[in-house]
Design a protein around this ligand. Structure first.
Ligand code: NAD
Length: 419
């Protein structure tokens, strides 16, 4: 790995999700917060950014190079926290933006952690299991100096999972010659993982849905839901919504989606997707673009960023959007939806259930005392409801979109710690 570089905001003209999407939201929120201008300026810079090549021996004996990143964005409220993404489109700007979002996400829900993020440019579907293990261990070998339970604590993200976290945790223990379960979260339960981590992100979003249901007096049976992305977040959200009667009418994965206006059989859809890696051929096929424009009540982007842009935001018909994915709406899409009566529950609140249970895992690892599932669900529910209502109240009192209220709420907490 190359040495760390202290960072400054990037200035090149190419598209840059950090510069174009993350920073403008901070400036907007600053107008509705108590933060000093110098605090806002400080929050435009990551504390540290690490990038390096990871040599991986492939099964055929050759060695292939991969590029890995880790951004420690801000640790004023506690150690940095954020996932590691394995995806061909990973870039330094994306990692930086995601680390920035983690800083605000932890502050939104009030857990004592900062923000970080990591990634590797790779399509893991093209690797064998052993190659994936060697890449995961190689990433940890390169990053072990900048990670640790009291500095920066990774977790799973797109195309990484509990097994990968287990390999990385094992590698860290080998390097440090000790047992440090708190170095990484989202581990298998048998290796110090928390109960309830697998569906935590979706469950947090589901708590938001139930808060909206209470405020709007919804009968779930009359409410239709479409979900873009049918991985960890999307599948669990579908299952939880279905379990209380919501009508999940459309879901999609990277190949496209299925739509049935009478409601999909959620359990069968999940079973087929997980056993065949494909969605079942039921209902009507829809493209990912069509799914976003369906006339549903609730739209849940649960895939990747920039799903809704200025090109398709006008065509979104859902009245409630719950952003389980990170950054699924661009800034321009946000501005377009802000002119409508759609309620957009922003990513840093809607998907904060994942980091909240990661925080629980870290607490349990540090104390060595493990909680039952009921305790995890109860504490997660309390944190998510309280955050949702604080942000909702600020939205109403300031008369701003929920995202701006959320950033302002988080910025107030960060400013309090920094100033
Ligand atoms: P995952 O890898 O389990 O699933 C991703 C899903 O998105 C897959 O079904 C994939 O086929 C689909 N997908 C990929 N490209 C797509 C495209 N272009 N159009 C439609 N679907 C596409 O990932 P995940 O853990 O469910 O994460 C999904 C999103 O939620 C990401 O934005 C991630 O950052 C965010 N998130 C996840 C967690 C977590 O705990 N898993 C926590 C917070 C945020």
């Amino acid at each position: 790995m190359s040495p760390d570089v202290l960072t400054a905001p990037q200035t090149q003209a190419a598209p840059d999700v950090f510069r174009d999407e993350a920073l403008p939201r901070l400036d907007l929120a600053a107008k509705h917060s108590r933060a000093k201008a110098e605090t806002v300026e400080r929050l435009k810079h990551a504390e540290r950014f690490t990038e390096g090549g990871i040599p991986v021996q492939m099964d055929d004996g050759s060695t292939k190079m991969f590029t890995g990143f880790r951004c420690r964005y801000n640790t004023v409220r506690g150690p940095a926290k954020g996932g590691i993404r394995f995806h061909p489109d990973v870039s330094s700007a994306e990692v930086r933006a995601l680390a920035f979002w983690m800083t605000f996400k932890c502050a939104t829900v009030g857990i004592p952690l900062g923000g970080g993020k990591g990634g590797v440019i790779v399509d893991p579907r093209g690797l064998s299991e052993r190659e994936l293990e060697r890449l995961s261990r190689g990433y940890m070998r390169g990053m072990a100096d900048v990670l640790g339970p009291d500095i920066d604590v990774p977790a799973p993200d797109v195309y990484t999972n509990a097994t990968i976290m287990g390999w990385m945790s094992d590698e860290f223990d080998t390097i440090k010659r000790g047992r440090y379960p708190g170095v990484i979260t989202g581990k298998p339960v048998s290796r110090g993982g928390s109960l309830g981590r697998d569906d935590a992100t979706a469950r947090g979003g589901f708590v938001c849905l139930q808060e909206i249901e209470a405020k709007r007096g919804w009968n779930p049976k009359e409410i239709t839901v479409a979900i873009q992305g049918f991985g960890n977040a999307g599948q669990h959200f579908a299952r939880l919504a279905d379990s209380v009667g919501y009508k999940v009418v459309a879901v999609s994965d990277s190949r496209g989606g299925i739509y049935d206006e009478n409601g999909l059989d959620v359990k069968a859809t999940i079973d087929t997707k997980n056993s065949t890696r494909r969605l079942p051929e039921v209902g009507r096929s829809v493209t990912n673009e069509e799914l976003l424009e369906l006339g549903v009540d609730v739209l849940v982007p649960a895939a990747l960023e920039n799903a809704i842009t200025r090109d398709n935001a006008h065509d979104v018909k859902a009245k409630v959007l719950i952003e389980l994915a990170n950054g699924p709406l661009t800034k321009e899409a946000d501005e377009i939806l802000a002119q409508t009566d759609a309620l957009v529950v922003p990513d840093i609140l809607a998907n904060a259930g994942g980091v909240t249970v990661s925080y629980f895992e870290w607490c349990q690892n540090i104390s060595g005392y493990y909680w039952n599932l009921e305790t995890v669900h109860e504490r997660l529910g309390d944190i998510m409801s309280s955050a949702f209502n604080s942000v909702y109240d600020l939205m109403e009192s300031e008369g701003v979109p929920m995202r701006t209220a959320c950033y302002a709420h988080a910025l107030n907490r960060l400013a309090e710690a920094m100033e």
